[in-house]
Design a protein around this ligand. Structure first.
Ligand SMILES: Cc1ncc(C[n+]2csc(CCOP(=O)(O)OP(=O)(O)O)c2C)c(N)n1
Length: 660
């Protein structure tokens, strides 16, 4: 039992670390950690199941600081509770280049940082994914191996962002009752009072979305504890509104927007030391307080050991499967399965849309990978993401492997990040490529964090036809290729689709997107090749000695390139075709390979039903690009290809014109 006095001193330790670190860095956000210190102290000293010595223990509770600007709250907690890779020196290095204590919490910088937050609203949406993963894995492996809570501290900003609506309604629908959101209800954001911009009744909003809601004085430890007790018993997710004072403890600035994002200044910090009775110098935690915190960090040691015993006692197959999945390794028979499938495709040479080819590949993949968890943002029949193995998950039955995310692209992508971060599952989604714009911030964060999520992005060009320019991606491949550490694939046929899936699944530390067609494509690859040719990013599909023309194409335009090549050959002009399923992988190849693939034909032509941006790296600034330079149009797709001049004839004419 922690006395009220001890609680106050423990919470004040957070407050002073935050004040002092922000002051030293001369940058940062002291108000939020000071305001939520009591809530966090109760959570970490009485409820959170975690073990700083075993930060990756799969059955730990997850804690998400959605209000990422309050990063000093998290860093303080990690240091105080005894995470070995968060020292007082790291705290002193707050916001310095190369420090673990980055401006906003960054996944991978230090253990205990469960996700990267800072873009408001993302954290709460990640937490929904973590809670989904917990419920799914609890159903699959049993409560003896998986039974934990997911806690979030979110601010007004998180709740105002649109993504929170998608996250909240999804969580409410799925009855994620082990998700508990502590809302830092301080009535303040950067511009001033929340009332300047918002008058939402958050309780009514959450209740309408299927949540349990509670209110507490966020500076009353017993009230906070009672609310958490109650929340843990709920059959719905719970939002606890914690009334707090931003910058609590700063005598003159508390309760105002002045403490949100600026150092308090030496005078105000001195006044806070006096007001809170804190005699210590900056970055010094009294021994009794640090001891109490370290003890709190040991609270779950027994729970962790008991869990390890249960894992050891589990059936050998179950244990091996659980361990493999949390290590993120694919099963041993995965490559052989893909290989056998490629052999079959070389025989059948199907003419299919790549979205359908993706479904067929997934049917094979989901048969050998029990960890894939699919879904779609209400476009299941269009994205072809559901296979015979992926029964739908429902609020009362999580034995399935398919999530109907609803029309919530952003919530979907952020939840997928949470699922991947949780571990034990590989999430893949379904959506239209055009609406990658609706979830781009979460895709970007997946890339920044280096996590394995896979986005199936169908209807990838004007080739979708009649739905018209609102639905036809033009700049999207270029825009997604601009995100570092994201692999964007645009396969040309069924074999390439299978290969791209294989590569995407093998990426433990980066996300992928597969841009897939609505329209049918003839097989570009007709011979079986053991090697995954797509893994080089670009490879020669048709060679020619002494080529005068090199045609580079991706996805559906490979068919056009092949036709043009045949015509040019018929006219006595030697031409070669290079398929370019993945720019990023091609850029990673050794220089000699890239030079050989780009070749030295006098005419280089790129063909892609998108904008030119990015293609100059392959065809050169003097190359010919056949693609889009405007929005698309509504009409049958074959007419659109003619209308926009993306045809074999156009390729041939351009080649002839260049050759004179
Ligand atoms: C998507 C996004 N938009 C804007 C910001 C910039 N920003 C950081 S904190 C903040 C205000 C947040 O207010 P609140 O959640 O109430 O935090 P508090 O003032 O209580 O610390 C804003 C606008 C951001 N981090 N993310």
């Amino acid at each position: 039992m922690i006395s009220p006095e001890k609680h106050n001193r423990m919470a004040n330790a957070i407050r002073f670390l935050a004040m002092d670190a922000v002051e030293k860095a001369n940058s940062g956000h002291p108000g939020m950690p000071m305001g939520t210190a009591d809530v966090a102290t109760v959570l970490f000293t009485r409820f959170l199941k975690f073990d700083p010595k075993n930060p990756l223990w799969p059955d730990r509770d997850r804690f998400v600081l959605s209000a990422g600007h309050g990063s000093m709250l998290l860093y303080s907690l990690l240091y105080l509770t005894g995470y070995e890779d968060m020292t007082i020196e790291d705290i002193k290095q707050f916001r310095q280049l190369g420090a673990k204590t980055a401006g906003h919490p960054e996944y991978g910088h230090a253990s205990g940082i469960e996700t990267t937050t800072g873009p408001l609203g993302q954290g709460i949406a990640n937490a929904v994914g973590m809670a989904i993963a917990e419920k799914k894995l609890a159903t699959e492996f049993g409560a003896e191996l998986m039974e934990h809570y997911t806690y979030v501290i979110a601010g007004d900003g998180c709740l105002m962002e649109g993504i929170s609506q998608e996250a909240i309604t999804l969580a409410g629908h799925l009855k994620l009752n082990k998700l508990i959101v502590l809302w830092d209800d301080n009535g303040i954001s950067i511009d001033g009072a929340i009332s300047l911009a918002d008058s939402t009744d958050q309780h009514a909003r959450f209740r309408a979305s299927g949540w349990n809601t509670l209110s507490v004085d966020g500076h009353d430890p017993e009230a906070i504890a009672a609310a958490l007790e109650e929340a843990r018993k709920s059959d719905k997710p719970t939002m606890i509104a914690c009334k707090t004072v931003i910058g609590y403890g700063a005598p003159n600035k508390a309760g105002t927007h002045k403490v949100h994002g600026s150092p308090l200044g030496a005078d105000e910090i001195a006044a806070a030391r006096k007001a809170l009775g804190w005699g210590e110098e900056a970055f010094t935690i009294p021994a009794d307080v640090l001891d109490a915190w370290r003890l709190a960090g040991l609270r779950s040691t027994k729970a962790r050991k008991d869990w390890e015993e249960r894992l050891a006692a589990a059936d050998a197959d179950k244990r091996a499967e659980f361990t493999r999945r949390f290590a993120g390794d694919l099963p041993g028979n995965f490559d052989a399965t893909i290989d056998a499938y490629k052999k079959k495709l070389a025989e059948t040479k199907p003419t299919v849309a790549t979205r359908k080819a993706s479904e067929d590949a997934l049917e094979v993949i989901n048969g050998v990978l029990s960890e894939t968890i699919g879904g779609s943002a209400d476009l299941t029949g269009s994205n072809n993401t559901k296979t015979s193995q992926t029964k739908s998950i429902t609020p009362t039955d999580f034995s399935g492997r398919y999530i109907h995310y609803g029309i919530r692209e952003h919530g979907m992508a952020a939840a997928m990040n949470g699922i991947a971060l949780h571990g034990g599952l590989i999430p893949y989604s379904g959506g239209f490529l055009i609406f990658s714009d609706y979830c781009r911030p979460s895709i970007r964060l997946a890339a920044l964090m280096g996590i394995r999520v896979i986005h199936v992005l169908t209807h990838d060009s004007i080739g979708l036809g009649e739905d018209g320019p609102t639905h036809q991606p033009v700049e999207h491949m270029a825009a997604l290729r601009a995100i570092p550490n994201l692999l964007m694939f645009r396969p040309a046929d069924a074999t390439e689709t299978a290969e791209c899936w294989q590569i995407a699944l093998e990426q433990k530390h980066r996300p992928s997107g597969l841009a897939l067609t609505r329209q049918n494509l003839v097989a570009a690859r007709t011979e079986y090749e053991e090697k995954n040719l797509c893994a080089s990013g670009a490879y020669e599909l048709v060679s020619a000695s002494d080529a005068k023309v090199s045609i580079f194409a991706s996805g559906s335009e490979v068919e056009i390139a092949l036709k043009a090549q045949a015509e040019l050959t018929g006219k006595g002009i030697p031409a070669r075709v290079v398929s370019v399923p993945c720019f990023e992988l091609f850029a990673e190849q050794p220089e000699a390979y890239r030079e050989a693939i780009i070749g030295n034909a006098p005419v280089k032509i790129g063909v892609e039903a998108g904008i030119r941006q990015g293609w100059d790296a392959i065809i050169g600034s003097d190359g010919v690009f056949i693609g889009m330079s405007s929005f698309g149009a509504s009409g049958p797709y074959k007419e659109l290809y003619k209308h926009f001049g993306i045809t074999a004839e156009a390729v041939v004419a351009a080649a002839e014109a260049r050759l004179g």
